[in-house]
Each structure stands twice: as C-alpha cells, then as structure tokens.
Design a protein around this ligand. Structure first.
Ligand code: GRF
Length: 188
C-alpha cells in the first residue's frame, strides 16, 4: 500500500433518483464492494417523497433527502439541491432515474461531474420511453449508455455503452428488463 493511501479522502458520490432506484442500489453496492474504489455514496436525493428507492437507500445506511419541486421554478428547486450537495462535499453526481432536466445553474455548479444512465444506445432514442422507441423502430439491437450531462437532452459526451439484443417477440417490459440488467453492470 502506498504511503498516505489510507488517509486519502474518498470521493463523495451523490445520487439523484425519482423512483425505484435500482441503478442507485447497484451503484451503492459497487461502492460497498469496492468495484468503485475509494468512494462513498454520501447522499441520495429524491424529488419524490414516495420514491421506492429511498427506503432501499436507508436500509443500506445511506442518508436520504427529499427535495420536492413543489410548484417552484426549476432554478429555485435546483438551487436547493445544489446547496445540499455542496454541504456534503459531493464530488460526483450520478443521475439514476432522475426524471428532471437540470437547470444551467445546476450544470454550472458541477461542470463535467454529472453522469446519467439512459436505456438506449445514444444518440439513438433520446428522451422518454427509449425502449418503446427501439421497438417502434424495429431495432435489432439496443442497450444502455452512461454519459456526461450537459444542456442537451441525453446528448452529453458518451462514457460507456452496452448492447443487448432486441427479440422479435419483445414487449417493452421484457426489453426494459434485459436492458436494466446491463445498466446495473455498466454504471459502476
Ligand atoms: C433506468 O432505465 C434508467 O436508465 C432511466 O430510468 C430508469 C430508472 O430505473 N434513466 P431505476 O430507478 O434505476 O430502477
């Protein structure tokens, strides 16, 4: 072990969710198992009080905070989230099923340090319901993408992708489930 290594500050990861949180859990487990080394999931923030992922994060001893939009302008909502992330010294933000577009102010607060995972092979099938879009286009292959978040919709620089086959008899549920398995492996 290198001198000083033990005292090196671990990177603080903040994860934003809106729902189920299965990617958040996969990430948290990868951090726990040191597949993602020298890091800790310092906080999980949800914009929905009823997000199922909140309980799953709490079960793992991860701090959770709910910050609902509550009819406020996007910038105001984001400002509150940024303040909480800053108060926890967050280095890297992972969007994991976070169903909101980030304001310019949010992006500027963490330049090049916000990641997202999307269930298609970007740049194909951006936006909502990408699995349904893949079926509608009779794609033979789809998959998932981890990318940096910028001001475009699912358009930031691509970091990693995984392919999955699309079967002739796939439903949106069966394709989504196959892609989700790969998402859980890819994000960490
Ligand atoms: C995932 O398919 C992710 O790629 C997309 O939203 C879904 C979230 O699922 N952005 P979960 O909340 O991580 O289970």
């Amino acid at each position: 072990m290198q001198a000083g290594f033990k005292n090196k500050r671990r990177a603080h990861i903040g994860i934003l969710i809106s729902g189920r949180g299965s990617n958040m859990i996969a990430l948290a487990d990868a951090v726990r198992d040191e597949i993602v080394a020298n890091a800790e999931v310092a906080i999980v923030i949800s914009d929905k009080a009823n997000a199922a992922g909140l309980i799953r994060a709490q079960e793992r001893g991860i701090e959770t905070v709910v910050i609902e939009r509550g009819g406020r302008p996007r910038e105001e909502h984001d400002r509150q989230i940024v303040a909480v992330l800053r108060s926890r010294n967050i280095d890297l933000i992972c969007l994991a099923g976070y169903m909101r577009i980030l304001s310019a102010e949010f992006l500027d607060a963490f330049p090049g340090r916000i990641l997202n995972i999307h269930p298609s092979l970007l740049p194909l099938f951006r936006g909502l319901n990408p699995q349904q879009q893949a079926l509608d286009h009779r794609a033979k292959v789809s998959g998932c993408t981890v990318h940096l978040v910028d001001a475009t919709l699912d358009g930031g620089p691509i970091i990693a992708q995984r392919e999955v086959p699309v079967h002739a008899d796939d439903t949106v549920e069966s394709l989504s489930a196959r892609i989700l398995l790969e998402e859980h492996r890819l994000y960490s």
